[in-house]
Design a protein. Structure first.
Length: 298
């Protein structure tokens, strides 16, 4: 039978991936952490970590134990709160959130700064990719996406939506004129995504408005597109949450062109009740509800 106390050492090493930060967190030396992990592996007759030059990586057995150990930890931490005691333990640890580059850079990063100030024990890692991160493989703990991800035992819920609109710079409009109708858009220059590098089709939102005759700049990065538009390159369809951050951007046909995308919040069922994960999902769900007007109105 293994020693239950060794699970504490296991959790810290799994979270940090290296002996030194895990030992520092536990206020012991590296040798103690290494010894307790070896004893846990002997007690369970299972290899929990792959040891390499880049640190300690969980094995398949390690991943399974990690889910169980976190559930045990959360139950222990919830005891004071369940008993109504004043010394309830606040959530701590890392939470990895995956999202698309645009909403991560222009919206979520600022909001997570507010979250960190209110919940200093939880450190958010914000991951941006062009494709959907796989929560089932634990590539992240939480996903904020424009389409609902697929996977076994995922808790996926719609938490809001955001609006997109056409934007250009005043310099561009002074040079080329303000289009008065959607038909006139075909005579203008556009900034768009690179067709063959689009990983999630709903991100190619401009096609919902028109197929532009002239595209003068393309990028896989929404941030790069917005910078190009603000510099006078042309017109682009941008989310309000990003366009509002740049005063050089001017709405084009704001009443005629309305595009919306839904927001989905996803987490794996194995970890959705872990304190730090629950704190972040609660924050995000409340955020999208409270800021629905900001995300959808000029």
């Amino acid at each position: 039978m293994f020693d239950w106390n060794d699970l504490t050492f296991f959790l810290e090493l799994a979270r940090h991936g290296r002996l030194m930060p895990a030992a520092r967190r536990l206020k012991v030396d590296n040798t103690t952490v290494s010894r307790r992990i070896a004893e846990l592996e002997r007690g369970l007759d299972a290899k929990l970590f792959q040891r390499g030059s880049d640190g300690f990586q969980l094995t398949e057995a390690g991943h399974k134990l990690f889910v169980i150990a976190e559930a045990i930890e959360q139950k222990m931490l919830s005891v004071p709160e369940a008993l109504g005691l004043q010394n309830a333990v606040l959530p701590t640890g890392l939470v990895r959130v995956a999202s698309m580059e645009g909403i991560a850079a222009f919206y979520l990063s600022a909001k997570f700064a507010e979250f960190s100030a209110a919940t200093p024990g939880v450190v958010v890692e914000l991951v941006t990719e062009r494709h959907l991160i796989n929560l089932t493989k634990r590539e992240a703990d939480i996903s904020v996406s424009f389409v609902p991800p697929n996977g076994p035992r995922l808790h996926v819920r719609r938490v809001g939506e955001f609006r997109l609109a056409l934007f250009a710079s005043e310099a561009y409009l002074a040079r080329r004129g303000q289009p008065e109708t959607k038909a006139e858009l075909q005579h203008h220059d556009f900034v768009d995504y690179i067709d063959d590098l689009i990983a999630i089709e709903p991100v190619h939102w401009l096609l919902e408005v028109l197929t532009p005759a002239t595209v003068v700049f393309r990028s896989t990065s929404m941030a790069a597109q917005q910078t190009a538009v603000a510099s006078g390159a042309g017109i682009a369809l941008l989310p309000l949450f990003s366009a509002k951050t740049n005063p050089r951007l001017v709405p084009v046909l704001a009443e005629e062109v309305v595009v919306r995308r839904e927001l989905y919040l996803s987490v794996h069922e194995d970890i959705e009740h872990v304190g730090r994960v629950r704190a972040v999902t609660r924050f995000l769900a409340n955020l999208f509800t409270e800021e629905a007007e900001y995300l959808n109105r000029f």
